[in-house]
Design a protein around this ligand. Structure first.
Ligand SMILES: [Fe+2]
Length: 180
């Protein structure tokens, strides 16, 4: 289950209802899928063949179509990152810059962990959303954020798009960004 850390105060928010209501106030969609639906061998696998990626999409087909139907997503895929990913450190350096998109950024974590750093309302400032398998998040369009891995450096996630080109990152330079 996702956990929140507010960077200004180091306050942590835990528990499904607390996390959900915090994210709702910040206009961040949060939902949960049952990660144990996935075949056991895929719950801990971070190097995936095309067939295995398709198997993940098939497993969560009804969840994907439900979300897509409600929110207008038209295409989806699976992304896997781990130390086996070529140039992972370079990739993470690129990820770890505050940016915006003209489309919302949807991720459903199916294995591993990840973290979204999001610019919240003025009274909250930047906050971290730590995600694990089963967590589904959508960062709204034009909301400054970035994504990175956690200490285990492994994740598999389903991404959903309205238009793939809506997902281009626009750098957002922010002197008020809290680094940690
Ligand atoms: Fe993004």
């Amino acid at each position: 289950m996702a956990e929140i850390r507010i960077r200004n105060t180091n306050e942590r928010i835990q528990g499904e209802e607390n996390v959900r209501s915090f994210l709702e106030r910040q206009e961040v969609l949060y939902e949960h899928w049952n990660p144990s639906k996935l075949a056991a061998e895929l719950q801990e696998k971070f190097i995936l063949s095309d067939d295995e990626k398709q198997q993940i999409l098939n497993t969560f087909d009804s969840e994907i179509r439900d979300l897509a139907g409600r929110r207008g997503y038209r295409t989806w895929d699976v992304i896997a990152l781990s130390d086996a990913t070529p140039n992972l450190d370079e990739l993470l350096k690129k990820f770890e810059q505050v940016h915006t998109h003209t489309e919302d950024e949807v991720r459903a974590i199916t294995a591993g962990k990840g973290i979204f750093i999001i610019k919240g309302s003025d009274d909250v400032g930047y906050f971290d959303v730590e995600l694990e398998a089963g967590d589904v998040i959508s960062v709204p369009e034009n909301k400054p954020h970035f994504f990175t891995l956690m200490e285990n450096r492994k994740i598999v996630a389903v991404r959903l798009f309205i238009e793939t080109e809506g997902w281009i990152a626009h750098p957002y330079s922010d002197p008020s960004f809290q680094k940690a």
